[in-house]
Ligand binder design. Structure first.
Ligand code: PBG
Length: 323
């Protein structure tokens, strides 16, 4: 036998030399849930270890995450039911607590990169990402609302806008609105290939944002489709996306790879709530080694081609990376 692949695995130094995929805190984006008020730290029951934070409780914790080397955060608002309406007007209102939190965090941690979520669902009395008229999610009526929301977030100091709504044409409309208001340096990380997935369940618990009727299949992608992701990516890039995201990550590693091979625009992947909760649950039962399962999951997403990974494992993974 002349070729023995095991020789390149025989000790830690050689294994490290030939290691193909790197994973560090610079690749992590941590999704964080926010709530209006004071002294709030509510655990999301389907996402152990993840909380809805009020600003005062968030800041000291945020400092700890920064010390772990996590630099990028995706912020999500849990909005009081009473403030929701059919056209999500609270999303761009001056008194929106989310905008206030963005401002306060940016002021306290100017070196943090803050990303927002742009979609109607956390603010919508229908729980859909677009405006619902006669039971239909209406694309073109939704676009100007997404643009207003994006401009309000940019005014609050957001670094990256994250449209998660899957309306056609939204990246272009948001890009124009940002540029018209002088925010040419604000980036867009588009949820490019976002599938109608069962794995968003725990997130919808966190924000109480599940659709009040129907499902999201007329705007989120069919899990059976792959070539359609190329169409979405071409459009988003042409409309000015700085990053193209695949979501969820684990059932869609082939899509991450496909976009990485076909486009030069950086690819990110969202390791969504249900994917993380599966691992928490199995580990809690003693069925999996939590630390190893977390690191292997993140490594596999990087190996598939993701530049950045949105993951609820971020603080734990960054702690493990520190050794
Ligand atoms: C809202 C949004 C969702 C997620 C991110 N932004 C849920 C959905 O589309 O229903 C899911 C994130 C997760 O499951 O971790 N548009």
């Amino acid at each position: 036998m002349h070729i023995r692949p095991r020789r390149n695995r025989k000790n830690a130094a050689i294994r490290a030399m030939v290691e193909e995929t790197q994973l560090g805190p610079q690749h992590l984006i941590y999704p964080v849930f926010l709530k209006d008020g004071k002294n709030i730290k509510e655990e999301v029951h389907s996402m152990p270890g993840n909380y809805r934070w009020s600003l005062d409780q968030l800041l000291p914790e945020f400092e700890r995450w920064m010390e772990l080397g996590i630099r990028t955060y995706d912020l999500f608002p849990a909005v009081d039911e009473a403030l929701k309406d059919e056209t999500a007007t609270y999303s761009y209102a001056d008194e929106n607590f989310y905008l206030h939190v963005i401002r306060a965090v940016k002021e306290r941690f100017p070196e943090a990169v803050l990303m927002s979520d742009v979609a109607l669902d956390p603010y919508s009395s229908d729980g859909h990402d677009g405006v619902v008229i006669d039971g239909q999610i209406v694309n073109d009526v939704t676009l100007p609302i997404l643009a207003k929301m994006s401009v309000a977030q940019a005014q609050a100091g957001i670094d990256i806008i994250g449209p998660s709504d899957m309306m056609d044409g939204r990246v272009g409309v948001i890009r124009d609105a940002l540029d018209d208001h002088g925010f040419t340096d604000v980036s867009i990380m588009s949820y490019t290939a976002k599938y109608a997935s069962a794995f968003y369940g725990p997130f919808r618990d966190a924000l109480n944002s599940a659709p009040k009727s129907g499902d999201k299949k007329t705007y989120q992608m069919n899990p059976a489709n792959k070539r359609e992701a190329l169409i979405e990516a071409e459009l988003d890039i042409a409309e000015g996306a700085d990053f193209i995201m695949v979501k969820p990550a684990l059932c869609y590693l082939d899509i991450i790879h496909l976009l990485k091979e076909n486009f030069a625009t950086p690819v990110t992947a969202y390791n969504v709530s249900g994917e993380c909760s599966m691992i928490y649950a199995a580990a809690k039962n003693g069925w999996l080694d939590y630390d190893r399962a977390v690191m292997e999951t993140l490594l596999s997403i990087r190996r598939a081609g993701a530049d950045g990974i949105l993951t609820y494992f971020a603080p734990h993974a960054a702690t493990l990376m520190k050794g």
